[in-house]
Design a protein around this ligand. Structure first.
Ligand SMILES: [Mn+2]
Length: 309
């Protein structure tokens, strides 16, 4: 029911309800700066959004924090030649503590496998939460390649290092136990955040991320993010590459650091962001949280509708 409603306003033209029945304006589905749908109707409402490459990471499948419905909506909407799964796709750390695997998480895995089957090149670069997959480097699971890291060549020739990023995280490298404590604290923050946002949704307020707020407000966290970003940019430069794409810190970013491109594709726990490459090699961060908020509003309206009649 939820999934049907999530996708309903954006179906292809053939099975689309009449215009009057559509609730969300077509421009409200992402906060990014993609060009508006053109007059021929190749906009997102009329079919898939075509890009050259997609990078997503930090899905954390296997945890209650994973926002699988929004992710599934994203995967259904966006088509690409190459899809990079940049680590922390399945959260082995939390699955070991308690098993959480709803049908929605299966749907995401099925969708990824189907993409691989239908001709999308799917490359999985494991992260620290799915480090178990690092045992299978060089193997291929249902068309999904597992690699330690990758170098991606953009349409304009620039070459980017693709890595999860945990190897450049001082906390994880120097004090693994602290990373696990932090993980539990993070899990708790997300739990509080979920209840808080359920309340906000009921009041008609948009989604607001507590841990994002904490991360941005706490000075040490900011300097941690800065150190992380600089370490990755340095590594790309050291290898003679023009930039780096990573994840890990759940903070989407696209900027230049000392002449090297630093791109972070964010996460699907809080920020609901992906990095995409357009056909001309231009990079962009897509923010799916706006669309998730719109979908939640539609669900709420649908739920409230019978009472109004
Ligand atoms: Mn990570």
């Amino acid at each position: 029911m939820l999934r049907a409603l999530l996708t309903a306003p954006f179906r292809r033209s053939a099975d689309r309800p009449p215009a009057a029945a559509r609730r969300s304006p077509p421009t409200a589905w992402f906060a990014g700066a993609l060009p508006p749908p053109d007059a021929e109707g190749s906009g997102p409402e009329d079919g898939p959004l075509r890009v050259r490459t997609v990078w997503i990471s930090d899905l954390h499948l296997g945890t209650p924090g994973c926002q699988w419905a929004a992710l599934l909506d994203f995967l259904k909407t966006v088509e690409c030649d190459t899809l990079y799964l940049v680590g922390d796709i399945i959260d082995g750390w939390q699955l070991q503590r308690s098993w959480h695997w709803p049908q929605g998480h299966n749907d995401v895995v099925q969708k990824l496998l189907r993409k691989a089957r239908k001709g999308t090149r799917v490359v999985f670069v494991p992260g620290n939460h799915d480090e178990f997959a690092r045992k299978y480097l060089g193997l291929n699971f249902g068309g999904i390649e597992v690699v330690d890291e990758a170098v991606h060549r953009l349409a304009d020739g620039r070459r980017l290092l693709v890595t999860h990023g945990d190897l450049f995280d001082g906390v994880i490298q120097c004090a693994a136990w602290l990373a696990h404590v932090g993980d539990r604290a993070y899990e708790l923050t997300l739990k509080v955040n979920r209840h808080f946002n359920r309340l906000r949704a009921r009041l008609g307020l948009p989604y607001w991320s507590l841990s994002k707020y904490l991360k941005l407000k706490v000075k040490r966290a900011v300097s941690f993010i800065g150190d992380f970003e600089e370490a990755l940019a340095r590594e790309a430069r050291r290898r003679g590459l023009q930039g780096v794409v990573c994840g890990h810190i759940h903070h989407a970013e696209l900027r230049e650091i000392d002449g090297v491109l630093y791109a972070n594709d964010g996460d699907w726990v809080e920020s609901l962001t992906a990095l995409v490459e357009h056909p001309d090699g231009r990079l962009e961060i897509l923010d799916w949280s706006e669309r998730a908020t719109a979908a939640r509003r539609a669900v709420r309206q649908a739920a409230a509708a019978p009472a109004l009649r």
